[in-house]
Design a protein around this ligand. Structure first.
Ligand code: FMN
Ligand code: 7N5
Length: 357
């Protein structure tokens, strides 16, 4: 059940409440998208536009939302997407988020750009952590991060490939995001961002490697025996290449923060599921705020979905309990949606649930 002392009935209410407590810079950074925010809006609108085909007269007295991702049992098919800088809104930062993920039987993908160390976060979510990797120009820094993630017990690496350069986020051009002076971001290398006159995002941008290519994925594949998930794919062609490189597929447009007017993950999912053809697991993120959104993504071929902003809003409102509230709401809404669709198990969710007009 959702945490009783938090009054929010749904994720949209949490978003509105979080907007009241976040600093203008944090809000601009969290909520914003690229350019005209066409893709940001489409991410949400796409779910509303898809209609469900519920089946009746099915015994729905017992609903089982449990599933597995890469062999890890989840209580329900929702994880936390990698997000930079949880410390902008809560002192416990990623550690609080990780505890919430662990307590709800979820999984968390920890961003490279975190306030807390991989080890601290892994300790807070034993066995339930993935590590998201931005490949740095300096591969030795990335290699060291991979070794630390492995040693800390991360279950997978998530390589983000849709940000070889940063998208143009106009809200943060106006209101730049800065970490507190003196903060050391543990995975960002020796230099404390904020110096040299760069805002923090521009500084991160200088670390990322715009030359990243499929050859680097082959390099990464050879670096580790952990499963690798390629995050940020939107086409059948790239999904097929990822599978050929021995990787899993995370369909995402980076929350509308990179290429504006890019296709939504939900729209890209059918062609990607077709191309992957069961050879790898598929995950999705972008605009998920309701249990029916989760249901639709799973019906079209995702093994699990991930939420970024909704988790950050929970963190901003009530720390660990707030993130738990976000996840609890989604789990309860998914269970209800399954019951009303006449589906009792995750394995029963398929394309027959989606109305084609
Ligand atoms: C504030 C913020 C920071 C993010 N940082 C990262 C990051 O460090 N690495 C990454 O792969 N994706 C990052 N993302 C993208 C998310 O993982 C996710 O793809 C996207 O936000 C879509 O999910 P949402 O609609 O639930 O927010 C970030 C998103 C937000 C909103
Ligand atoms: C260099 C990337 C910073 C984190 C990120 O991915 C985002 O803000 O969307």
């Amino acid at each position: 059940m959702p945490t009783p002392d938090l009054p929010y009935l749904n994720l949209r209410e949490m978003e509105a409440a979080a907007a009241e407590v976040l600093s203008p810079a944090a809000l601009a950074y969290y909520a914003g998208g690229a350019n005209d925010e066409v893709t940001l809006r489409a991410n949400r609108d796409g779910y509303a536009a898809l209609r469900l085909r519920p089946r009746m007269l099915v015994d729905v007295s017992a609903i089982d939302t449990s599933t597995t991702v890469l062999g890890l049992p989840l209580d329900f098919p929702v994880g936390i997407a990698p997000c930079a800088l949880h410390g902008l809104v809560h002192p416990e930062a990623e550690v609080a988020t990780a505890r919430a993920a662990a307590q709800t039987g979820s999984v968390m993908a920890l961003s490279t750009m975190s306030h807390r160390t991989i080890e601290d976060v892994a300790h807070a979510a034993p066995g339930r952590l993935w590590f998201q990797l931005y490949l740095y120009r300096d591969r030795s820094v990335s290699r060291a991060l991979i070794r630390r993630a492995e040693a800390a017990g991360a279950r997978a690496l998530v390589l983000t490939v849709d940000a070889p350069v940063l998208g143009r986020r106009e809200a943060i051009i106006r209101t730049p995001v800065r970490v507190a002076p003196g903060t050391v971001l543990p995975n960002v290398g020796p230099r404390t961002p904020g110096s040299e006159g760069l805002d923090d995002l521009s500084y991160f941008d200088t670390l990322l490697d715009p030359a990243l290519s499929w050859a680097d994925l082959a390099w990464l594949r050879a670096q580790t025996t952990l499963p690798i998930i390629v995050k940020g794919l939107l086409t059948a062609e790239d999904a097929a290449l990822a599978v050929e490189h021995g990787c899993h597929v995370w369909v995402s447009n980076h929350g509308g923060r990179q290429l504006d007017t890019a296709v939504t993950a939900l729209d890209a999912l059918p062609e990607i599921a077709h191309a992957v053809a069961g050879r790898a697991e598929i995950y999705l993120d972008g605009g998920v705020t309701r249990g029916t959104d989760v249901l639709k993504a799973l019906a079209l071929g995702a093994a699990a979905v991930f939420v970024a902003r909704p988790a950050l809003y929970g963190l901003a409102l009530a720390g660990e309990g707030g993130v738990r509230h976000t996840l609890d709401l989604l789990r309860d809404e998914l269970r209800l949606a399954m019951a009303l669709c006449g589906k009792t198990r995750i394995a029963d969710l398929g394309p027959d649930l989606i109305w084609r007009g």
